[in-house]
Design a protein around this ligand. Structure first.
Ligand code: ATP
Length: 743
């Protein structure tokens, strides 16, 4: 890594000094990526000095930032934003410029703010910079803050600038930065993220039942006996207590989750894979219908961050409702007509489509002024919803509508900034229920909440609306054990799961570490030794094309090919490099071509699997959709990319799909919301902080029946497991109402 030497005068400890004269700051570039588009320049309350002054008063802090950029520690954008701040405030202190660049860098890594004290204590860890950066970074941080006890001095330097707003005392005049020093951890925000966080916190607070029950958000019309009657019909009676056992049967968390969702306008149902989140949501819908005074008019919408996850949600809810319909009995007048409701509900959509995202603008068609036309909104895979999207969603939701968030709090957060579900579920494991909730749970669900899970002191309103499902119906075996061990950071058990037992290909969980690329290529071709699998399975089906012109047979063939492709997938931790998704894709294409299974001539060829990388409403495709290029049914018909909507295939001509990647291998990030019978997860030699516990947990839980780890380096899994990610966020503090807003 090349590195420019820093000029000696940059070592000056007093970064609060006025800027030196000399260099013109770098022109700002695409600030919109950081939300700088809504930065307004001079404000009435604090007029900015004229632009001309900026050109005569730059200083060498920018040189330092540029050197860090050249070293690859900062992005161009991070440095450009600092330069932009300096054009707004030519008197910007070095502390402000450094903080701005660090903040932008943090945003690029998924954090919504820059926490000041942790940066002083462990700058490399917070910024994710390599060890080589530590001496310079430490010198700069110490010059800014002196030591952790003096973060207040850093805050003072930031507050001195008119571009930094203190919301407790200053109205929002478009200042690009916001400093929160509210008694919790001092933290710096880009204005946009502060506004999103405030909106989410205010909405969540308003939508949750307060523990006292004395709030306008409480649905006082909750008919507890009616809910109890229906919940007892929808869920099986609890197993009779075993007289020989001293331990009580665990509560029916699913039933509790339904009861809790009936009394607020927000509820969060979290749980690992297969714990019954969608099963519960379907029962909740039946309960809402059964207890609604006007069930025919209840407007329900289903949504998820990706098209694939939305389709899975709809399918799972429909299947559950149809099963329930037969269970409840059609002859019973009191039972809601779930079949009719399923038809009326319509398809599940992506959140982008639901909110009416438009190209080239962040503004949505639906917002507080033009709210969504729904009474109940169920959002699955909520762990993938980033802060900006959650803010847009809550803004567009009518005040009286119910929002039900489903998701696994332990999964990877979105690539974009924020980990909202993780923040909302911070206390989900512990419960934290109030005495009032305990009474309500007993009255409506017959659930006795364990005493150890009741709040010791004041109960949080959000905790009253959050239920964690704890029993996996799908992952009781080795994949579940491995996922659990990873989640706990228990490397020994994870290693035992991966390496004990026979060496044949029949074990559900296996590992090759350290592995060679040839091992991965062999897996891609035929799956595990002795078991059918790999990409040969679907490619052999591609070859069995039905006679040209037979449209029905063609349709059935397309469905078979697409389903066969979904039985096996390679997931990579990173995109670049030999062990990244791009390199593995190239290598797999070569392997399959050498085996005579593919004829990759040019960009498009029969059997090429692709992932859509950009939403395109006109084509009806969403970012993350996966399709396969296959010839159309007609004679001489060209290649089209076929996608599956439930059981129904649809296609788009290849020439119209400009934004796609080959999808033999995809990143773990992109695989969220999908499952494959056999999942192979590839870990590279080097991945630094990208290799996190959440990443490997997410990869493992994509596997339905078999999981294979292919690691370029021995010990990479253990290293990843020891690295849980905690995204910097002030949402928890904002939910507690710690930070007010003067505007
Ligand atoms: N209480 C239950 N009784 C019987 N079967 C159940 C129960 N809860 C869930 N299941 C079954 O377990 C399976 C997994 O449930 P479901 O798909 O709802 O889990 P999930 O948490 O939504 O999974 P994912 O993480 O994949 O979204 C389904 O087949 C479902 O029908």
């Amino acid at each position: 890594m090349s590195r420019q030497r820093r000029t000696p005068d940059l070592m000056t400890p007093d970064l609060f000094a006025q800027p030196e004269l000399g260099e013109v700051p770098e022109e700002p570039e695409n600030h919109d990526a950081l939300g700088a588009a809504d930065i307004t320049a001079p404000t009435e309350a604090a007029p900015m000095p004229p632009q001309a002054a900026a050109q005569t008063a730059p200083h060498t802090t920018l040189q330092q930032l540029q050197a860090w950029r050249d070293a690859g520690w900062l992005r161009r954008l991070d440095v450009a934003l600092a330069g932009f701040v300096q054009t707004l405030d030519p008197a910007a202190s070095p502390a402000l410029l450094l903080s701005t660049a660090w903040l932008a860098h943090m945003e690029g890594r998924g954090h919504t703010c820059l926490p000041l004290a942790p940066l002083v204590q462990a700058p490399n860890e917070v910024l994710g910079w390599p060890a080589a950066a530590l001496p310079e970074l430490q010198a700069s941080v110490q010059a800014v803050a002196v030591d952790s006890a003096e973060v207040s001095r850093w805050c003072d330097a930031l507050r001195a600038s008119p571009v930094v707003r203190n919301p407790a005392h200053q109205p929002d005049l478009g200042q690009p930065l916001v400093l929160i020093d509210d008694g919790e951890q001092p933290r710096l925000y880009l204005r946009r993220y502060w506004n999103h966080e405030q909106l989410v916190a205010a909405q969540v607070r308003a939508r949750c039942l307060l523990p006292t029950g004395e709030t306008s958000s409480v649905d006082t019309s909750v008919d507890e006996p009616l809910i109890r009657r229906w919940l007892d019909r929808l869920f099986p009676a609890p197993a009779a207590a075993n007289p020989d056992s001293s331990t009580a049967a665990p509560p029916d968390w699913q039933k509790l989750a339904c009861a809790v969702a009936m009394r607020g306008r927000l509820s969060v149902i979290t749980g690992g894979p297969g714990t019954g989140k969608t099963y519960t949501a379907a029962r909740l819908l039946a309960l809402l219908l059964a207890t609604s005074p006007d069930p025919e008019r209840l407007r329900v919408a289903l949504a998820a961050p990706t098209g694939k996850a939305a389709a899975r949600l709809k399918q799972a809810i429909d299947t559950s409702l149809i099963e329930l319909q037969s269970k409840l009995g059609q002859g019973d007048d009191a039972a809601p007509d779930l079949g009719e409701f399923t038809r009326r509900m319509g398809p599940a959509t992506t959140l982008h489509a639901l909110l009416g995202a438009r190209p080239d603008t962040r503004a949505m068609r639906h917002h507080a002024g033009a709210p969504l036309d729904v009474d109940v909104l169920i959002v699955d895979e909520a762990s993938m919803v980033h802060l900006e999207m959650m803010a847009a969603l809550l803004d567009a939701l009518p005040p009286g509508a119910r929002l039900i968030l489903l998701g696994d709090k332990d999964q990877l957060a979105s690539v974009e900034a924020g980990a909202v579900l993780g923040d909302l579920c911070r206390d989900a494991e512990a419960g934290g229920w109030s005495a009032q909730t305990a009474r309500y749970a007993l009255a409506t669900a017959g659930v006795v909440l364990p005493a150890a899970m009741l709040a010791a002191g004041a109960a949080s309103p959000l905790a009253q609306q959050t239920v964690m499902l704890r029993e996996s119906r799908r992952f009781a075996g080795p994949i579940g054990q491995l996922a659990l061990a990873v989640n706990r950071g228990d490397a020994e058990t994870a290693h035992r799961c991966l390496h004990s037992g026979s060496t044949g290909g029949d074990r559900p969980v296996m590992a090759h570490e350290p592995a060679k690329l040839e091992t991965l290529q062999a897996l891609a071709l035929h799956g595990r030794p002795g078991a059918e699998g790999g990409y040969a399975t679907y490619l052999n089906r591609v070859k069995a094309r039905p006679p040209v012109g037979d449209v029905a047979a063609h349709q059935a063939w397309v469905v078979q090919v697409l389903k066969a492709f979904d039985t096996f997938r390679i997931l990579c931790a990173v995109r670049e490099g030999d062990w990244g998704a791009a390199g593995v894709n190239r290598s797999v294409v070569r392997t399959l071509a050498a085996a005579g299974l593919l004829s990759p001539s040019g960009e498009w060829y029969a059997g090429r699997p692709v992932m859509v990388t950009r939403n395109d409403a006109a084509l009806g495709v969403s970012n993350g959709d996966i399709g396969i290029a296959l010839p159309s049914a007609a004679a001489g018909g060209g290649l089209r990319v076929w996608f599956l909507d439930g059981e129904v295939p649809r296609s788009v001509g290849v020439s119209r799909l400009a934004h796609v990647d080959t999808a033999f291998a995809m990143t773990v990030h992109k695989s969220q919301g999908s499952e494959f019978a056999h999942t192979v997860m590839v870990l590279p030699e080097q991945a630094g902080q990208v290799l996190s516990r959440e990443l490997v947990y997410t990869g493992i839980t994509r596997a339905r029946t078999a999981f294979t780890l292919v690691s370029a380096r021995a010990g990479a899994l253990s290293a990843a497991m020891s690295q849980p990610t905690r995204r910097a966020s002030g949402l928890g503090a904002s939910l507690r109402g710690a930070a007010g807003d003067a505007a």
